[in-house]
Structure formats: structure tokens, C-alpha cells
Design a binder for this molecule. Structure first.
Ligand code: NOJ
Length: 550
């Protein structure tokens, strides 16, 4: 593993309450997850990202905390969590947790106190206005489910600000006590042994909200301050942030204008995510080539986190209307598959028509593009969604472990489950489960294990630099390369369905014994790189040369 562990990590995102239930109450828990760590180790995961684990009324799946210093009793005790950290560490797996400090639940004792009186010591921990703000109906994140960003509270006799749902009042970042508290929260969990945080909603955390001004300034110094703090508490801790903003605004999240990487270590690459979806929909790599070209330069140590699916809808809002329509037409044609007028609430396998070749292509592509790959639980076996559930719950159904009742997730009565398991059709657990796939080396799970293992042979993807190889290639084909200290990898991915032949002979002078390291099938030897066959939806990961200065 490299000096900066997060650059060569494979991150696996899961929600403890839908992963594995050890005590039969219908809700997944830490003990259940501990029992599945061997599975995750075998898959090749090196870092778990746990969706929120704190006590919560769960009106936004835990992104509405009532106590940042404890765990939701449904998941177990703090002792169970500490045991999870220990057991994960034994297997070389790190754990990061969601840090959701833009807001609290309205049930949080801080907010309850704040609303009770203008003299409450917590009053100024939230953002208030005495009069109705002119921008009250602007900036909603969940259109259709959220009507305003300022809500009148009768008890407080004032308006409070909430960037998200109205039960999620924003904390007032300008209050030094709030800043100190956020740092204390990070200290607590670092002390317990987490390796860092997935920071929720970072552009909103640093917003210096003023009533009536929908475009308030942002306080990036807080990120510098927080990074300093976290790093002094634990030298190798990493921050992975959600900042879904325009690409040209991203560099300042990584570091200051002088070019030092003194803020966030890693940012999710939302721009690439939308363009990957577009490229897959159009069977044309142009959008990915644009993304590679438009990627802002990162300071040393800065890193992208790539993903195809996460726990939210696929956000297509940064595509043009034409582009968005193409993706929706292909992957989310029914209104019921769409969400917030900008996204798709589906998993990848059903979007790709459960076409195994297409699914492999898509994930081979994601895992070969620059950055650290993040994989959502269940994608490794090709789980589907349940569109009869509300909103994002469609893609948050329990993990499908086996043929047993409730997919082996829980022994509870089905009506007691945190969410129903998918038990019908081609994505029902009778068809899609871990037990069946772990026995079969040709399964999607077997493929993921092999593909992830291959990453160990290609560290340039995570820690090197990635560029498009700009030579004439058949339509539908993306050629790119990753260069690093350890050498050069070359990648071919065919987004189209036709078999083709690719000529990369211009790279021959750089090659020493080039060899395929991951392919969708057995191809003829790489040879002089001039006649590289590539099947429809095929891919080839080729080691071009090894570093000479090792
Ligand atoms: C972003 C999270 O990914 C999403 O699930 C959540 O609803 C909002 N932040 C609010 O915390």
C-alpha cells in the first residue's frame, strides 16, 4: 500500500441497517457486519464507508442525527462498534464514517434547546431570521419533497434555515462553539479508531448563510482548520467529501490558491459520474474524454473518488438537457424511475438490462479511471431496485446473502424488516445472492474479486496520472493510460456492441513485454500493439511497461 493509503484503496459503502442482522430483530447491526468481514476481505475491499451510524429518528436514513457521540441502538452498542473497528483492522480493512455536521435532526437536544428560548446557550448554534427571508423558497435540494429552505418555528417565534428537509436545521458554522464541537466530534471517532470521514454536504457546511442572500460566501478556512485538526489527531486520517459543485470550483476544496493540498484529501467525482452515464447511454466515450480533459489539476495528495452508483439518486443535473434526456431515455424511461427532476433511482444492473457484459464493461471502466473506486454494497452481485418503495429507498434494500428466507439478511418476520428484500423477478434473492455466486468463479462476484485483485497489479490507477490516448480508434472505443512511479498501464474499453480492432502501435516504443492483465475474454497476444482485437462491450487492461526507478 502506498504512502497515502487512500490513493490505492478500494472503498465499499454500506448502510449497517440493511447489511446483516445478527439478532433477528429485522435491522442490520454491527455484529452482523463483523460476521461478513471475511467476505469483504476476500472481495478485496480495503476501506469501509459506513452510512450514518448515530441515533436518529431516521427520517433521512440517518442523515438526521440526534447524538454525534453515540451509535444508533438499533445497530448495537459503542462497544460493538469498537469491536467492529478491531476486527476490520485485523483483516487490513479501514473504516470511515459519515460526518453529517451541516445540520442536525430537529429532535437533537441542541435544537430543542435552541428553539425553546432566545436565551438558550444553543440558540446561536443554528441559523435564525426574525422576519420571513426573501429567499425562503430558493435553494431546495429535494424539489418535490421540500418546499422551502427557511421555516417558521412557532416555539422559537423565528425562522430557521435548513438546506435540506425541514427536520434538518442547519448548524451555524460561523459560531466558534459549533466549529469547536465539530472538531471534538472528529476527535472522538478518530480516538476510537476510524481512519477518516466521508463529509456530507461540504459546500453547505461552509456556507455563511444570511437571510435574503441565496448566494452567501463560503468559508474555506474552516476546511483548512479542520484538516489540521484531524491530521494532528491521527496522521493518516483522510477526509472524503461530497461537494457536488461545478468542476472549476473544486480545486479550492482540495487546497488554497497557493496550490498546497491543505484541505480535503478526496472528493467524489460527480462530474465524471454524470459523464460516465452519458457515455454508457450513447455508447460513445466522448463524454469521458471531455471529463478527463476538463479535470482540474489537483494539488499533491489530492485524489478523486470515482463511483457509478451510490446511496442517492444518480444526479444528472450537470448535463445539458439533451444529454440528460438521452440518459433518461436509456436508463430511466419511466417517471417512477426518476427523482427530483434531475436523477435516476435505480441500481446499475437493471439500468443495463442485466446484461453481464455491459455491467462488467461499466465497472472495468470505472475502476480503471483515475482515482479511488467506491463501490456500493450489492453492486458486486448485480442487485436490483424496488421501485415500489419511496424515493431513494428503492436502492436501499437489504443485502442478498443467500436462498434462505429474507435473502439470509435476517431471521425476523418479513413485516419486521427495516425494508423489504427484493423477492420477485430476475433480481429477486432467489436469483441474485452471494451464496450462489461465491460457488461460481464465472459469477459477477467472482469477476469483481478478480478485477479488484488486478488493481493491486496496477497501482498507477490510484496514484498515477490518467490521460486519454488520442489516436484514431473505432467508434465506441475509449483508449486511456495511467502513468506512475511503477510504470504504465493502457486500457481499452469498447462501449459499443460491434467487435473491432484497435491500433496502438504508436505506443510500441514505450513498451517492454506488454501483456494483458485483465480482459473480458482470451485475446491473441498483445504483440506489437497494432492489431488489438476488442469484442463488443469488451475491455483489455494492458501492462505497457514497468517503472525503471523502483
Ligand atoms: C447527502 C447525502 O448523500 C444524502 O443521502 C442526504 O439526504 C443529504 N446529504 C442530507 O444529509
Amino acid at each position: 500500500m502506498g504512502d497515502r493509503w487512500y490513493q490505492e484503496a478500494v472503498v465499499y459503502c454500506l448502510d449497517v441497517d440493511t447489511y446483516a442482522d445478527s439478532d433477528g430483530d429485522g435491522v442490520g447491526d454491527f455484529q452482523g457486519l463483523i460476521g461478513r468481514l471475511d467476505y469483504l476481505a476476500r472481495l478485496g475491499v480495503t476501506c469501509l464507508w459506513l452510512n450514518p451510524i448515530h441515533p436518529s429518528p431516521n427520517k433521512d436514513d440517518g442523515y438526521d442525527a440526534t447524538d454525534f457521540y453515540n451509535v444508533d441502538p438499533r445497530l448495537g452498542t459503542l462497544g460493538d462498534f469498537a469491536e467492529l473497528l478491531h476486527q476490520a483492522q485485523n483483516r487490513g480493512i479501514r473504516v470511515i464514517i459519515d460526518l453529517v455536521v451541516n445540520h442536525t435532526s430537529d429532535q437533537h437536544p441542541w435544537f430543542q434547546s435552541a428553539r425553546s428560548s432566545p436565551d438558550s446557550p444553543y440558540r446561536d448554534w443554528y441559523v435564525w431570521a426574525d422576519h420571513e427571508p426573501a429567499d425562503r423558497q430558493q435553494g431546495m435540494v429535494f424539489p418535490g419533497e421540500q418546499e422551502e429552505t427557511w421555516t417558521y418555528d412557532r416555539t422559537a417565534k423565528a425562522w430557521y434555515y435548513h438546506r435540506f428537509y425541514k427536520f434538518q436545521p442547519d448548524l451555524n458554522i460561523e459560531n466558534p462553539k459549533v466549529r469547536a464541537e465539530i472538531k471534538k466530534i472528529t476527535s472522538f471517532w478518530l480516538q476510537l479508531g476510524v481512519s477518516g470521514f466521508r463529509m456530507d454536504a461540504v459546500p453547505f457546511i461552509i456556507e455563511k448563510t444570511e437571510p435574503g442572500n441565496p448566494n452567501a460566501d463560503k468559508d474555506f478556512d474552516f476546511l483548512t482548520d479542520l484538516r489540521q485538526h484531524v491530521q494532528w489527531r491521527r496522521g493518516d486520517a483522510a477526509l472524503l467529501a461530497e461537494a457536488n459543485v461545478e468542476p472549476d470550483q473544486l480545486p479550492v476544496y482540495f487546497g488554497d490558491a497557493a496550490g498546497s493540498g491543505n484541505r480535503i484529501h478526496m472528493l467524489f467525482d460527480f462530474m465524471l459520474n454524470g459523464r460516465l452515464m452519458l457515455a454508457l447511454a450513447r455508447q460513445d466515450p466522448e463524454a469521458i474524454i471531455d471529463a478527463l480533459r476538463d479535470t482540474p489539476k489537483l494539488p499533491t495528495g489530492g485524489q478523486w473518488a470515482t463511483f457509478l452508483r451510490n446511496h442517492d439518486e444518480i444526479d444528472l443535473s450537470r448535463l445539458t438537457a439533451d444529454q440528460r434526456n438521452d440518459v433518461l431515455a436509456k436508463f430511466g424511461p419511466d417517471e417512477n424511475m426518476q427523482l427530483y427532476g434531475r436523477g435516476i433511482r435505480r441500481r446499475l444492473a437493471p439500468m443495463l438490462g442485466n446484461d453481464r457484459r455491459h455491467i462488467e464493461l461499466a465497472y472495468a471502466l470505472q475502476f480503471s479511471l483515475r482515482g479511488t473506486p467506491v463501490l456500493r454494497y450489492g453492486e458486486e452481485i448485480g442487485m436490483g431496485e424496488d421501485l415500489s418503495l419511496d424515493g431513494r429507498d428503492a436502492i436501499r434494500t437489504p443485502m442478498q446473502w443467500s436462498y434462505k428466507d429474507n435473502a439470509g439478511f435476517s431471521t425476523a418476520e418479513p413485516e419486521k424488516l427495516v425494508r423489504p428484500v427484493i423477492d420477485k423477478g430476475e433480481f429477486g434473492y432467489q436469483q441474485v445472492n452471494v451464496t450462489a455466486q461465491r460457488k461460481d468463479p464465472r459469477s459477477l462476484l467472482g469477476w469483481f474479486e478478480r478485477m479488484i485483485r488486478t488493481l493491486r497489479e496496477a497501482p498507477e490507477i490510484g496514484s498515477g496520472s490518467t490521460t486519454h490516448i488520442d489516436v484514431p480508434v473505432p467508434a465506441g472505443v475509449l483508449a486511456h493510460r495511467a502513468d506512475g512511479r511503477t510504470g504504465t498501464m493502457v486500457f481499452l474499453h469498447n462501449l459499443g456492441t460491434e467487435d473491432v480492432e484497435v491500433d496502438l502501435s504508436t505506443l510500441a516504443p514505450e513498451a517492454d513485454l506488454p501483456i494483458d492483465v485483465l480482459t473480458d475474454r482470451n485475446y491473441e497476444e498483445v504483440g506489437k500493439l497494432d492489431r488489438l482485437k476488442l469484442a463488443g462491450h469488451g475491455y483489455r487492461w494492458i501492462r505497457l511497461c514497468r517503472g525503471r526507478d523502483l
